[in-house]
Design a protein around this ligand. Sequence first.
Ligand code: PAF
Length: 285
Amino acid sequence: MKVVKTVAELKDFVRAEKNAGHQIGLVPTMGFLHEGHLALAEKARKDNDAVIMSIFVNPLQFGPNEDFERYPRDVERDTKLAAAAGVDCLFVPEVEEMYPAPSVVTMTVAARTDKMCGVKRPGHFDGVVTVVTKLFHLAQPDKAYFGLKDAQQFAVIDGLVNSLNFPVEIIGVETIREEDGLAKSSRNVYLTEEERIQAPYLQKALQLGVQSAVQGEKSTEKVIERTISYLQEHAGAAVDYVELLSYPELEPLEQVQGKMVLAAAVNYSKARLIDNIIFNVNEGR
Ligand code: PAF
């Protein structure tokens, strides 16, 4: 596996792969890799001739009071894991390499951001689409892989690609979970021992909500209420939001119908956890 730190080196790698007629898969990450990221890399490995993984903690997508400085990092360990997952080129740029000068053009996401995490994280998705656009231009992937745990991020990137005609297919990969159902996340390390025991109730609450919808509850409000009260009873965390929206448009629905996402965010003492279930009342999950 090649480890490259500069845009010039990455471009050389991409040029050689393109000249060889190879199909490229891109796995953008912020590092501190877990099985969720490795599942993306493994899928990319199966689908493509060459796999590029990026590790870049993107300052643009962190708010002033968020965890940019303390976001967990371990590039040495990540390098070994990426190589074992079959990555061909690991791109690990410094901030100055990605953003060498103030940008002449900035990006603002116009839809799908005024709900869920977008409400509490203004500017977050502008930062995400900016870095993803740069990575798409640099790596020129045929396919790019994102985890569906960040359902809103996937919906926003879907909007980016479709609105601006990016020549890339985006692939959403199912959330990888711990045995007790907690979604794998780099931020799980912030949980205390007691919180770690309570955290799986986030997924259980969502399952309960989805179950009631699938079993015939038509009122989105009631599905949301049920999910919230189960969370409040069991999860031991402050509920930030529970929303049931159309997917991937993320529009509010009066009635349970079609393809939807039931999503929640909760705050523990040092960790903000998100999770969701994307489902279709007509077809089940
Ligand atoms: O999902 C993430 O890890 C990040 O938001 C991404 C897509 C790598 C952009 O920085």
